[in-house]
Design a protein around this ligand. Structure first.
Ligand code: SF4
Ligand code: SF4
Length: 159
């Protein structure tokens, strides 16, 4: 599957499938859509977007003004606040994305939230599909490390 078709398929997994059953944007006034022209949503390798793109620290970020055509939002926006992390056996583990702690109340309070099992399953499927693509696999491994490091830092702060 080429990248264009892969992302088309991955996007469809999240059509009408959201982290919780209610509109979580009403809890936080859509905090995750309040970036500026210097922050943005990470694009996965070879992911195309109609939004503006900036390069920062060696990665591509899609930048929006808090609005987008929902059907064109990047994959990062669709899977937020989860990420398909990978374990030492190459298995996808759907994890709360600890990079979202500062922004997202669902991420911060994840132990008390009833997430949609379908959403979590689709994040897993998305991860499993991307693991077949060498560039996406490397990207997932790198972000997994970043998420683990943040989790560790949080744990050390708590203890
Ligand atoms: S920040 Fe979290 S709770 Fe708020 S809209 Fe985004 S995903 Fe939903
Ligand atoms: S691209 Fe759309 S969904 Fe993603 S942060 Fe911007 S407005 Fe929100």
């Amino acid at each position: 599957m080429n990248s264009k078709n892969m992302y088309k398929f991955l996007y469809r997994l999240f059509d009408g499938v959201t982290p919780i059953y209610e509109d979580c944007g009403s809890i936080c006034s859509s905090a995750c859509c309040k970036g500026d022209d210097k922050t943005g949503m990470l694009l996965f390798p070879n992911e195309q977007t109609s939004l503006s793109v900036i390069e920062k620290d060696g990665v591509s970020l899609a930048v929006c003004d808090g609005k987008c055509r929902r059907e064109e939002r990047p994959l990062s926006c669709r899977i937020f606040p989860f990420f398909p992390t990978v374990d030492e056996n190459g298995e996808i583990i759907v994890s709360i994305d600890s990079r979202a702690f500062n922004i997202c109340p669902l991420a911060r309070n994840h132990n008390e939230v009833r997430f949609s099992p379908l959403f979590i399953r689709h994040v897993r499927i998305a991860g499993q599909i991307m693991m077949k693509d060498p560039e996406c696999r490397k990207f997932i491994e790198e972000i997994t490390k970043e998420i683990e490091d943040i989790n560790l830092a949080h744990k050390m702060l708590i203890e």
